[in-house]
Design a protein around this ligand. Structure first.
Ligand code: G3H
Ligand code: 13P
Ligand code: ZN
Length: 333
C-alpha cells in the first residue's frame, strides 16, 4: 500500500468516530515500534517528523525508513506528516521530499517561539494550503498557543483558542486539520496539578465544522510508572506530569481526531535504557538496550491505539486515494 494522505485517514476517523495517534519518528527504532504496534492492532497510523527530526536523521533517511517499514507491514495504512512546519519553505520542501501531509504552525513566528498575529497566521497558512492542495497534500494549521515549548512558560500561560476565531481561520485558509489550544501542552512537564481541558472549545468548533479534523498536540500522558523508573535508575525528572489518558480519550467524543504523541515514547525508551545500564553495566552491544527500548515504545503505542479506538480500523482503507485524485477533489472546491 502506498502512503496515504492524512486527510483520507482523518476523514475515516470523522465518519466512524475514532481518534488516530500521530507519533513522532526520528530513527529506525521509533519507526519500527510504531509500525509493528499498528500491525498488531490493525490500525491506521500517522507518522510525523519534526524539523528537528529532519535535521537529525535527514529527510532522505526518514522517508527511507518509512518506506522500509511499509514494506515490512504492508497492511498498515500510513500517512507521513511534517510536524510544526515553521514557514512556507519548510512545508514546500517536505512536500518535495514525499511527505503526504504538512503542518504549517503559523500560530508562532518563524523562530517557533514568538506568538504571531491572526493575519500573519492566515496569510502563511493559506499559501501552504494553496501549494499543498495543488499537489493533493493535506495541510494542518494551528490556532491559539499551547503551553510547554510553544510559550516556554508551561501550561499556566496557555493562550487557549477562541472557537469563533478558529472557525474563521479554518474558513479563510481551507486547512484540512486544525490544532486547537484547549489546555494540552508539549513535553514531560505539562502541569503542576491535574489539568482541566477546555472541551467546550473542541465541541464548539466541531459543531460548526464537523468535517474539519481537530488536532490535539501535547497529548502524552507521561505515565507515572515510566517517570518513576527513570528516576529510580539515575534520571532526574521530578514533577513530570501529562494529560491523563482518559481525558484524551474523552476529547475524541467531542471531536478530536488526530492525537500527537512524542514524549511518551521518549520516556519509554529512556526508562528501559537506563534500567539496562544500571542492572547490566557490562553490556555495550547497542542491541541489548535498543531492542527492549523498541519493545517498550511499541507497547505504549499499542495501548494508545486501543484506547483511541483506532485498533481494527486498518481494514477500512481498501482503496488508497492518490495525490492526483485528491488534487482534483480540491480543485473542484
Ligand atoms: O512538538 C514537538 C515534538 O515533540 C517534536 O519535538 O522538535 O524536539 O523533534 P522535536
Ligand atoms: P507530547 O510532548 O505531549 O508528546 O506532544 C507531542 C506533539 O504535540 C508533537 O507535535
Ligand atoms: Zn505539537
Amino acid at each position: 500500500m502506498p502512503l496515504l494522505t492524512m486527510k483520507q485517514i482523518l476523514d475515516d476517523a470523522i465518519a466512524k468516530n475514532y481518534g488516530v495517534g500521530a507519533f513522532n519518528i526520528n530513527n529506525m527504532e521509533q519507526t519500527l515500534a510504531i509500525m509493528s504496534a499498528a500491525d498488531r492492532t490493525e490500525s491506521p497510523v500517522i507518522l510525523q517528523a519534526s524539523r528537528g527530526a529532519r535535521k537529525y536523521a535527514g529527510p532522505v533517511m526518514i522517508y527511507g525508513l518509512v518506506q522500509a517499514a511499509m514494506k515490512l507491514y504492508p497492511k498498515v495504512p500510513v500517512a507521513l506528516h511534517l510536524d510544526h512546519g515553521n514557514n512556507f519553505e519548510t512545508c514546500k520542501q517536505s512536500m518535495d521530499d514525499g511527505w503526504t501531509s504538512v503542518m504549517m504552525d503559523g500560530s508562532l513566528m518563524e523562530d517557533g517561539k514568538t506568538p504571531s498575529t491572526f493575519e500573519y497566521n492566515v496569510d502563511v497558512t493559506s499559501r501552504v494550503v494553496a501549494e499543498g492542495h495543488k499537489r493533493g497534500i493535506t495541510v494542518e494549521g494551528e490556532i491559539g498557543t499551547l503551553g510547554g515549548i510553544e510559550d516556554g512558560h508551561g501550561a499556566d500561560r496557555v493562550k487557549l483558542a477562541d472557537p469563533d476565531q478558529a472557525v474563521e481561520f479554518a474558513h479563510k485558509t481551507g486547512v484540512d486539520a486544525l490544532a486547537l489550544a484547549f489546555g494540552t501542552s508539549h513535553g514531560a512537564f505539562k502541569f503542576k496539578a491535574k489539568p482541566v481541558l477546555a472541551y467546550d472549545i473542541v465541541q464548539a468548533v466541531n459543531k460548526k465544522m464537523p468535517g474539519l479534523a481537530i488536532v490535539s498536540h501535547g497529548s502524552s500522558s507521561v505515565p507515572p510508572e515510566l517517570v518513576a523508573e527513570i528516576n529510580k535508575y539515575g534520571g532526574k525528572m521530578p514533577g513530570a506530569m501529562g494529560v491523563p489518558l482518559e481525558d484524551i480519550v474523552r476529547s475524541i467524543d467531542f471531536g478530536v481526531r488526530k492525537i500527537n504523541i512524542d514524549t511518551d515514547l521518549r520516556l519509554a525508551a529512556t526508562a528501559t535504557i537506563r534500567k539496562v545500564f544500571v542492572e547490566s553495566p557490562e553490556k555495550f552491544d547497542i542491541r541489548d538496550y535498543l531492542r527492549p527500548a523498541m519493545e517498550a515504545m511499541s507497547h505504549v503505542v499499542e495501548t494508545r491505539m486501543i484506547a483511541f479506538r483506532t485498533a481494527g480500523k486498518a481494514s477500512n482503507f481498501t482503496k488508497v486515494i492518490s495525490l492526483e485524485e485528491m488534487a482534483k477533489v480540491y480543485a473542484r472546491k
